[in-house]
Write a protein that binds this ligand. Structure first.
Ligand code: FA5
Length: 344
């Protein structure tokens, strides 16, 4: 090769080019012992030949580098993929291929249900805000009056990133945010009335009624002179509308650090879900609720001597299970089309 004058370099170059062709990982050629051998050879040469030899050795290395780089480039012969496939964007609907038929898809049953639930609450005067899927210790615990190290924190065992961010275990993490966001309402004589649907996460033992990832709907209402009677009235109005019949309700004392007093709210089993005659079979426990703890109002700079309020939080899957007589909560996230098609 006229480019190279040194016979040793010419010989090794030919060998390396052949090897390069056969190598699967082309970059290996740059670490080839024969290339090293060329550089070592410089020490055996008389002084006057070293400069040209060194230049030619460098030139060969550069040539190999360029060949390796070229081999990494996309193959120019491959046909480009048409990202507008399967049809050009301006093709009229009537001439588009019939591959994504709209009538084959449907809204997920949980999305449908959330829309319906939020719609009922909006008719009751509530605004809706989406919850977050990643949160922090302040909103998960401190703003909700969980003392540091309190065992109640263990009831909400969830997932945490290495930076300390938390996958919320309940939608109550949003209480502080909505209280602050809508605090100006109170000055104008308007209540804070917000519902917050969202996905929550728990480290759970899974069974037919327990998922690790599920949806909740939180409700927050604050104004002057609000009491437990108002809480029950709102929940009862919702249940009657949702189940399409007038249902008896029952509350029993419970404990949540962020409400005082706290309750578990149950409804009489709707007709379609009647079980045996025992007292326990008459009721469906649906959600947790209570009067918002003064500490929670304080964290949002709301004067708890002037304003009071209530909050509640319930699982959405559990409602849908009951309404539709579904036997296992895990169907929702299973992606099973047979299951989903029943809700079309
Ligand atoms: C709470 O999560 C409280 N944040 C509720 C609350 C809000 C109380 C505001 C007071 C004021 P609890 O852990 O009980 O409470 O969960 C509430 C509801 O979520 C349950 O009644 C149930 O409907 C649903 N739920 C809880 N765990 C699961 C689970 N693993 N899978 C499916 N649904 C669940």
């Amino acid at each position: 090769m006229s480019e190279y004058s040194n016979n040793k370099i010419i010989a090794i170059r030919n060998e390396l080019l052949t090897e390069l062709e056969n190598l699967e990982k082309k970059t290996d050629i740059l670490k080839h012992p024969k290339l090293k051998q060329i550089y070592l050879g410089i020490t055996n040469l008389p002084q006057e030949e070293r400069k040209t030899y060194g230049q030619e050795a460098n030139k060969l290395k550069l040539e190999l580098q360029k060949l390796v780089e070229a081999s990494q480039l996309p193959d120019q012969n491959l046909k480009p993929i048409d990202v507008t496939a399967p049809f050009a964007p301006n093709t009229p609907f009537s001439r588009r291929p019939n591959i994504f038929r709209a009538n084959q898809g449907s809204t997920h049953p949980l999305t449908k249900e959330i829309d319906e639930i939020v719609d009922i609450y909006s008719r009751l005067g509530f605004t809706s805000i989406d919850s977050r899927e990643i949160d922090d210790d302040y909103h998960m615990f401190t703003s909700l009056n969980f003392p540091e190290g309190h065992p109640a924190r263990d009831d909400y065992d969830t997932f945490m990133t290495t930076e300390g961010l938390i996958a919320p275990a309940h939608t109550s993490t949003m209480q502080n945010r909505v209280l602050k966001m809508f605090r100006p309402n109170l000055k104008q004589g308007e209540p804070i009335a917000v519902v917050i649907p969202g996905r929550v996460f728990r480290n759970e033992d899974l069974d037919v009624t327990h998922e690790h990832t599920f949806y909740q709907l939180e409700g927050v209402f604050v104004a002057e002179n609000i009491n437990v009677g108002n809480l029950i009235a709102v929940l009862q109005a919702f249940m009657n509308e949702y189940f399409g019949q007038v249902l008896k309700t029952k509350i029993q004392p419970f404990y949540f650090p962020f409400t005082e007093p706290s309750f578990e709210f149950a409804i009489e089993r709707p007709k379609a879900l009647k079980k045996g005659n025992a007292e326990a079979d008459q009721w469906l426990e649906l959600l947790g609720c209570g009067m918002i703890h003064p500490e929670v109002l304080k964290h949002a700079d709301i004067d708890s001597n002037k304003y009071t309020g209530f909050a509640w939080g319930g699982g959405i899957e559990r409602l849908v299970l009951m309404k539709n007589n579904i036997e296992d909560i895990r169907h929702f996230e299973s992606g099973k089309l047979d299951f989903l098609r029943q809700f079309k």
